[in-house]
Every structure is written in C-alpha cells, then in structure tokens.
Design a protein around this ligand. Structure first.
Ligand code: HEM
Length: 626
C-alpha cells in the first residue's frame, strides 16, 4: 500500500528552486514502462525484434550516454558531499573546547564520551537533502522521480517540501535494518492513518500488541494444505475468465485486461477468505460496486492534497463521501452475515481442530479462524477480512496486469513460457505438484515483481531515535522504503530495466528477500512480511499458465499508451487493452485429472511471528481434491 498524501500536501509557493526534479536520464531509462500506440510498438511488431542497424547504433549511443551519466552521478554526489554541502560544519563553543582538550592530550575515547550528549548529531554526517519543485513529480507516478533522486543522492536522502520532510530509503542494508533487524522501532505511520476508515485495526495498519495477537491468529490459517486446496479455486476462477476471453476472441473484440484481472482476483479472494462468490467476472452486483467504491476511495485518499474526509461539513454532504459511507455499510453488513453464517456452520460441525484443519465445504480463512476458537470481536474479524480482501486483491491483479504487459513486449519469453506450460500441463488444470515443475513460469512472475513491485514503496515511521547507515535519525520520521529503487538499482542489477526472467537460474532457489539480501523484496521482509506470499505466487502461476496455454496476447492496435499511475499499487493510466487470439496449435487435449490427496513438498520462507525471524522450511503439502 502506498500512501502518498504528504508528497502532495505542500503548496507550490513553498517549493524551492535549488533542485528541479527533472529526470536526468531522459526518456530512455523509462522506456520500458511506456509503449506508444503506433504500429511498431503495439505488440504486433514488437520493437525488440527490430534489427535495423541505424536503430542499433542509436541504441548504442543512448546506452553510452546513459553509462557516462551513471558513472558521473556518484562522482558528482561525492564531490558535493566532499565540498561539505551535506555536512554540518564543526564550529561553535563545544567544538573549540573539544579541540582544545584534544591538544592537551585528552584521549579521543574520553572526549567522545564527554561530548556525546552535546554534539552527537553533529558528529555524524547530515543526510543528503533534496528540495524541489513538487510540480515535477505530480505529473507522473511519484516513485519514478524518486528513482532519479536516488541516483543523485544515494541510498538514503531526505526529501523536503517546506516544513515537511521524508526519508527515502533505497539501500538494501538500511531496508533490512528497518524491516527486520530493528523492526520494533518502526510503525506503519501515515499508512495506518489513511487506511483506518476501511481496515480499522486490521493486520496491515495495526501496530504493537494488536498486530502481534492478530498475526499469531492469522498466519496459521494460511497453512500448506489450505494453499494447496486453493489451487483448484484459482483454476476454476481463471477458467471463467478464459470463457470470457474465448467469446472476445470469437467476436474479434479487444479486451481491457487490467479490469478483468481485478475481477478475477476479487472472485478468488472472496472465496478464499470467507467463501463468498462475488462472481464479479459475470455480474456487477451491488456488493461488487461497493467494494470498488471503497477501494477507489482508499486510493484517492492516498494521493489527496489534504485530508478532505476529515472536513466536518464536507464529509456529511459530499456525494462521494455519502457513497463511501453507504458502501462501507453494505460491506460490513455482508461480512457480519457471513461471519454469523460461518459461526453457525462451525457450531454444527463435529469439530476436530488441528494444525492443518480444513473444512471441505468451506475451506476459507474465516472458517479456520472461527474453528480455531480464535477469541476475537466481530469488528476485529471484519477489519482483518477487509484488510486481506484489499491486500490480496489489488496486488495480484497488478502483478498479472504488468506480467501480461511485459510478455506482450517480449515474444521470446512468451514462447518459452508457452512451451513450458504445454509440456507440464497440456490442457489439464494445474495442481499443487505442478507448482514445483512450472519453474520458468515462476521466474516470469519473480521478474515481473522485480520490475513492478506491488506496492512500489513501503511506509514506516520511526518510534524512537535510531541510526540508519551512518546517519542518526529522530523519532517520528516518516520513511518511504522504495522497493522500486531497490529492484532497479543499476549497481546491483545487470540491465536493470530489462525484463529478463533468465536472470534467475531455474535450478536456483526461489528468489526472496533473504537470499537476495534485501535487494529484492517483493513481499516485504522481517516480521511484517506478507502472509499471503505463497498463496499469491501460486495464484499468479495458475492464472498465467491457464491463460497463455489457450491464448496469445498482443497490445491492441490503436490502444492508448500503457503508462503508470500510483494508487495502492501500480495501475495503468488508461487500462491494458489487448487483442486476444486463440493459439493456432492448441496443446494436447484434456486430461482433466485432479488428483485426490496426493502429497508434494514445497519450500517457503516464513516468518515466525513469535520471534520475528525468517526461517526456510521444507514442508509436506497434502493436496485436497479439486
Ligand atoms: C502478488 C500479490 C501480493 C503482493 C505483491 C503482496 C505484497 C505485500 C507486501 C510487500 C507486504 C509488506 C507490507 C509492508 O511491509 O509494509 C504485504 C503485507 C501483507 N500482505 Fe501481501 N501481497 C500479496 C498478496 C497477498 C495476499 C493474497 C494476502 C492474503 C491472503 C496478503 C496479505 C497481506 C497481509 C495481511 C499483510 C500484512 C502483514 C503484516 O503486517 O503482518 N497479501 N504484502
């Protein structure tokens, strides 16, 4: 979730002109995120296959300029730091006394002890500070100019707009410190404030004791057997989408994939969380509309220049706010009904609760929580369900959207992917056993998550003074950890902007924040790491495999350019319009076998909520029937 409010709260009158946030690299660095609607880049004649020598040489020139600029940038920064621009000068009375005592032979250790409290902050270098024109970042997804600033100012810098300032972190070791090693010293800050209206004290915004108790209750619900059982749910839901695409392919209609992916993942998460079929791929019922009203409001609040929702009279008379209140009421009532119904089911059940408990009729997380005897108020349960509904819906939809966008730009990756799917699945529904075999598909998802992390920024607030890298910080600092920057850092990644699933060896471990030492953190890290990482990975793998084995996807002719905008996750500005065609040579036809209670093993990284430690576990997965 990216709450961006503060970036946009400062009036332009207090901007300084010392540094303009003008992208230094020109457009080439960002070309991967744009495609024009002209015929050469609409996916029918992918630009990557063009081999004209003049464009090659232009490409080379651009790369050389990029490289020179990239090499120059650290040098410029070093020169600015060396010039003392970012360093507080050592002057004043305490400094004079200290240097006098030093000359008298007092040891350095003793001096440091004596002067610790007087000049501690001044002994440290000052965090590089970027000040600038807000207009420059308003025009595009806010994390793109943050990337340019990162190249200039380094792995941690302060972004200042008048009286407000934020620390932007793009250094893996500092990210590790905040998220894992000293996570207790950080809260969710602004994020919790913005999401309160919809998530209450749910797991994402919650901090402290409430978070600890709820995390302990919820993590066990996503056990291996549950995730395995979800595979068939993913398959059935994607099959409904395939039917829709089949009709579009027959009629020669283009489809807007971003909204279809949003509906697919809403249908999945509704069933997975509380056994409710939104059926949003087929119907626009009141509840589906209510969910979208609330989701859009959460995103609008994230980018609002001021907290309009708190203005006393406005919030009562604004039609949009009235719609939000009505939508929340409908969702809450629906959730209350579902909770009540599930409670009755659990009461009537001959319950033998155990670690991998699962109810065959209703394998939902809600059922697990109630069966576990989780002592929780209905309000808290509602907050948790709503949190997971949002967390598990928008993120997966965004991953699928950008994966298909990337695939449409790289036909060679698409055909390699289709080959794997044909040979592993044919036209059968995927099973849990297939998840281990679909290695290239998983790498495609890994790589898509590297280029388009969802969310692109993690938000924290310091609860106490701390030291980040070599810089001391005070409590109440708002911090944005830019996963976008970490995932595209040119020093860490070769050809950082290139969609290249081959960068992850097929026989290597599944990349995660632990084995990539916090340079790659698609699901966060530390005790607050995503609880749905395995669920989401399998969901994406199932959806991708089932779609690409039946269809080819190309950007539609004349479609608007695919550009990014930020809400909670990275959205497109105008949708992802694609032409879908049935594959010419369909794979060997159906062996619709769904094995019952087979056993497979999977390796996942999990955080023990009790101790907040990452552990790599090898687990047995019992696969429930389809
Ligand atoms: C591809 C899909 C997904 C991505 C990329 C993703 C990513 C993330 C990330 C980066 C965080 C850490 C946030 C932070 O540290 O501030 C997170 C937290 C969380 N995610 Fe996911 N997520 C996905 C799917 C899901 C699903 C399917 C669920 C639920 C079934 C889920 C539930 C949660 C929850 C509850 C948290 C908060 C955990 C805590 O604070 O203890 N996510 N997710």
């Amino acid at each position: 979730m990216a709450a961006l409010v503060p970036l946009f709260q400062v009036p332009s009158s207090i901007q300084t002109s010392r540094l303009k946030f003008k992208p230094i690299l020109g457009t080439s660095r960002c070309s991967v995120i744009k495609c024009s609607s002209s015929s050469s880049s609409n996916g029918r004649e992918p630009s990557s296959s063009s081999s004209s020598s003049s464009s090659d040489s232009i490409d080379k020139d651009v790369k050389t300029v990029d490289r020179i600029l990239e090499e120059k940038r650290p040098a410029e920064l070093s020169a600015r730091i060396a010039s003392g621009e970012f360093t507080v000068e050592q002057s004043g009375f305490p400094f004079l006394i200290k240097s006098g005592l030093s000359k008298l032979g007092i040891s350095r250790g003793m001096l440091e002890f004596l002067f610790k409290w007087i000049d501690a902050p001044k002994d440290y270098p000052k965090i590089p500070e970027a000040k600038g024109a807000i207009s420059a970042i308003r025009s595009e997804a806010f994390f793109v100019p943050l990337y340019e600033l990162f190249l200039t100012y380094g792995g941690i810098f302060r972004l200042t707009f008048g009286p407000k300032s934020f620390l932007i972190v793009s250094d893996p070791s500092i990210a590790k410190h905040i998220l894992r090693d000293n996570s207790k010293a950080y809260s969710k800050g602004i994020l919790a404030e913005i999401l309160e209206f919809v998530m209450g004290k749910g797991l994402i915004p919650a901090d402290g004791e409430i978070w600890r108790v709820r995390r302990r209750a919820i993590v066990p619900a996503l056990h291996q057997k549950y995730v395995a059982a979800m595979i068939s749910l993913f398959g059935k839901a994607t099959d409904r989408l395939c039917q829709k695409l089949d009709a579009a392919a027959s009629n020669g209609e283009d489809v807007e994939m971003e909204s279809l992916f949003s509906r697919l993942t809403l249908d999945i998460i509704g069933k997975a969380l509380f056994n409710y079929d939104f059926d949003s791929l087929t119907n626009d019922t009141g509840i589906v509309e209510a969910v979208y009203t609330v989701l859009r409001e959460a995103e609008d609040r994230s980018v609002a220049p001021l907290p309009y929702w708190d203005i006393p009279i406005f919030k009562d008379i604004s039609p949009q706010q009235k719609r939000v209140t009505a939508a929340l009421k409908l969702i809450n009532e629906t959730l209350d009904d579902l909770i009540a119904m599930c409670k009755r089911m659990v009461e009537e059940e001959e319950l033998q609760f155990h670690e991998e408990y699962i109810n065959e009729q209703d394998p939902s997380i809600l059922h697990f929580l109630l069966a576990s005897g989780d002592d929780v108020s209905s309000k808290q349960l509602r907050d948790d369900l709503m949190t997971m509904l949002i967390a598990g819906h928008e993120t997966s939809a965004a991953v699928l959207t950008w994966t298909f966008y990337l695939l449409s730009k790289e036909p060679s990756v698409m055909s390699k992917l289709q080959n794997e799917v044909d040979s592993v699945l044919g036209d059968r529904f995927p099973t849990i056993e297939d998840m281990k075999k679909l290695k290239y598909t998983t790498r495609v998802i890994n790589e898509s998550l590297r280029l388009y992390p969802q969310p692109p920024v993690l938000i924290r607030r310091s609860l106490e003074d701390d030291i980040l890298g070599k810089y001391p910080i005070k409590r109440d600092e708002d911090i944005f950890i830019s996963v976008w920057n970490l995932h595209r850092c040119p020093n860490h990644w070769e050809d950082a902007d290139k969609f290249n699933p081959e960068r992850w060896p097929l026989d290597g471990p599944n990349p995660n924040e632990t084995n990539q030492n916090f340079s790659y953190l698609p699901f966060g890290g530390g005790p607050r790491k995503c609880v749905g990482d395995m669920f989401a990975t399998f969901e994406n793998v199932v959806a991708v495999t089932m779609l690409v084995r039946r269809f080819n996807f190309q950007l539609a002719l004349g479609a608007p350019p695919v550009e990014m905008t930020t809400g909670a996750t990275i959205h497109t500005t105008q949708g992802l319009k694609m032409t879908v065609t049935r594959r010419m040579e369909p794979p060997i036809m159906p062996e619709l076998v769904m094995p019952i209670l087979k056993v497979a093993s999977a390796s996942v990284s999990e955080v023990d909520p009790a101790v907040g430690q990452e552990v790599e576990v090898e687990v047995e997965v019992s696969h429930a029937h389809s």
